[in-house]
Design a protein around this ligand. Sequence first.
Ligand SMILES: NC(=O)c1ccc[n+]([C@@H]2O[C@H](COP(=O)([O-])OP(=O)(O)OC[C@H]3O[C@@H](n4cnc5c(N)ncnc54)[C@H](OP(=O)(O)O)[C@@H]3O)[C@@H](O)[C@H]2O)c1
Length: 301
Amino acid sequence: MQTVPVGKTPLRSSRLVYGGWRIAGTQDATAVTADARKSGIAALQAAYEAGYTGFDLADVYCGGVCEEILGEALRQTPGMREGILLATKCGIRVPGVPAGAPYRYDFSARYITDSVDVALRRMGVSHIDLLMLHRPDFLMDPSEVAEAFGRLRSEGKVREFGVSNFRPGQVDLLQRYLGFPLAVHQVEISLRQLATLSDGTLDQCHALGISPMAWSPLGGSGPGSFSPGVLRVLAGIGERLGVTPELVALAWLIRHPSGILPVVGSTKPERIRAMARAAEIQLERDDWYRLLEAALGARLP
Ligand SMILES: NC(=O)c1ccc[n+]([C@@H]2O[C@H](COP(=O)([O-])OP(=O)(O)OC[C@H]3O[C@@H](n4cnc5c(N)ncnc54)[C@H](OP(=O)(O)O)[C@@H]3O)[C@@H](O)[C@H]2O)c1
């Protein structure tokens, strides 16, 4: 698969990133079976063999089990660690840890650096290529985040940094305190979630050279997530191009000039392989707008 630079950094990633949120088959860490772990490893290996080189995790995915599964896949697959961009996220703290604590976001330097140490141990790796802050901490002190990032970088634990689910103003604020450019901004974008097209997020990514990553690019449950109108247009374009509707939905994201990297979340090896072809489709302007209009469910003004 085609690889592209990630932001203004030396990192590169396949145009489609593989997302590991669902690889444990559940989000309940106490319910993960040995078979589910095996299926998760098979999904990661299918993605690697199909040419995905970007892998997206988070510390909270199944309470850390997804990072463990990724670590197991790396140990079982010769060359995989060196061949991929390994991304994970931190900053969300689950309720009850420690006892009585609420659900919260925490960008304190101590929490960020401790989270990285835990992630490195879980995955059995010496460094993370890309660390993202998962959801904006309203109490963020940008100078403290900058200090934590600087320390992680100088210790060789993390190469590059990004954010997820920020507002453009929050990206701007943090960026002002960093001595280097943020690499990525991971946000929800699909034919079901159009907000970033017009709220300044994608424009900001484009202007600053930050790579946008699209989470839930198929709306979170495959083509069935889309409205009947969108599905009709996807099917029509797909038939004309000889590809499936989901490939057209991914190509719609890739066509945006900001350089969106869709994060594919299927756990089925055959779907993971099939979706890798989306990077080869060049969607025409007219088809892109047909889909936008169908997604809006209204004529453009
Ligand atoms: N930063 C954030 O806050 C955030 C939030 C959510 C997700 N993410 C990242 O984004 C990644 C992708 O998110 P996502 O998993 O929601 O993406 P998605 O690709 O929109 O949805 C994947 C889901 O759709 C199903 N699916 C895919 N193709 C299908 C088809 N042809 N027919 C029926 N079902 C189909 C998959 O089922 P099968 O597994 O059965 O194929 C899976 O349940 C995650 O893994 C994670 O890395 C980030």
